[in-house]
Design a protein around this ligand. Structure first.
Ligand code: C2E
Ligand code: MG
Ligand code: MG
Ligand code: MG
Length: 283
């Protein structure tokens, strides 16, 4: 079923490209403007420890506050940005915006949680990522321990040697890495070991079926075991129920993320809900 699903997706994507070219062209030029005019914004989704439910980190997710369409989600514009160099500017905007937000929280004395940023494959093949982070860390040295990048399995496998070099260089600067949507692409296990990433994120599609589908459950278990054997952390993404939480915990999955715990939210909400209470704990 998974295989058929993948085929269907490719088919859908192609017809989508063909059917709406003018719309995509317009979207692209609007997106270019949006980056300049600061129409983009970040939401942050908490990541929690499976044993305690405690929030230990955040994932930054970009949104587009479109003047006509309202809040637009990344699935509608990341693909378009990836077809041009625009994705480089978009990723740059996101990384800088994360740094700005963390700096604001720090200035106000709030605790700094680890924040992960999604970056596109284009940034690996066309370089620039290392410079971007090094520049940032020079300006804000205290960010060294709280930044992480998320790269999808598919993006990594597009150029695994280059990805390995980039991730290793970033790690030396203190920037950690996660393999996002793991299980949805095709990884060579030899490369995975060499990659030396800190974390595997189990793709949401497996978590979906984990309580009633043997195949999904076995894949999730296998990924957790694989991560352990490579001394990597593992995060299950897309946890929506208590039953999924309990099952994943019993499999030894240490970290979880999903609507059951929290949806992605604006910085102000994150601050009120998670950071301020954490600060109270310290006092
Ligand atoms: P991702 O990095 O795998 O992010 C997880 C997506 O799943 C997010 O969607 C999140 O809102 C959603 N999600 C989280 N928990 C649940 C859950 O329990 N149930 C369900 N159904 N969904 C859940 P979002 O924000 O729409 O982002 C979609 C994708 O767009 C991301 O997948 C990532 O690949 C890409 N993306 C997002 N922000 C950025 C960015 O700043 N730069 C780049 N290059 N890509 C981004
Ligand atoms: Mg991600
Ligand atoms: Mg993911
Ligand atoms: Mg994804």
């Amino acid at each position: 079923a998974k295989k058929a699903g993948k085929g269907c997706f490719v088919f859908w994507q192609r017809s989508f490209l063909k059917g709406s070219t003018p719309e995509r062209v317009q979207m692209e030029s609007e997106l270019r403007e949006a980056i300049i005019q600061d129409q983009l914004m970040l939401h942050f989704q908490p990541k929690v420890e499976a044993d305690s439910g405690r929030v230990y980190g955040l994932e930054a997710l970009v949104r587009w506050n479109h003047p006509r369409l309202g809040l637009v989600y990344p699935d509608r514009f990341i693909g378009i940005a990836e077809e041009s160099n625009l994705i480089l500017e978009l990723d740059r905007w996101v990384v800088n915006a994360v740094a700005d937000q963390l700096s604001k929280w720090r200035k106000r004395g709030l605790p700094l949680l680890e924040v992960s940023v999604n970056v596109s494959a284009a940034h690996i093949t066309r370089n620039g990522l290392v410079d971007l982070f090094q520049g940032l860390l020079q300006k804000h040295p205290y960010l060294g321990d709280c930044l992480e990048i998320e790269l999808t399995e598919t993006a990594i496998m597009a150029d695994p040697d280059q990805a390995t070099v980039v991730l290793n260089t970033l790690r030396r600067c203190g920037v950690k890495s996660s393999v996002d949507d793991f299980g949805s692409g095709y990884t060579s296990l030899g490369y995975l070991k060499k990659l030396n990433a800190n974390t595997l994120k189990i793709d949401r599609s497996f978590i979906d079926g984990i309580t009633n589908d043997h195949y999904d459950r076995d894949v999730a278990k296998a990924i957790i075991a694989l991560a352990a054997s490579m001394s990597m952390d593992v995060v299950a993404e897309g946890v929506e129920t208590q039953a999924q939480w309990e099952l994943l915990q019993s499999f030894g999955c240490k970290y979880l993320q999903g609507y059951y715990f929290a949806k992605p939210q604006a910085a102000s909400v994150i601050e009120r809900t998670y950071l301020q209470p954490l600060m109270a704990e310290y006092i």
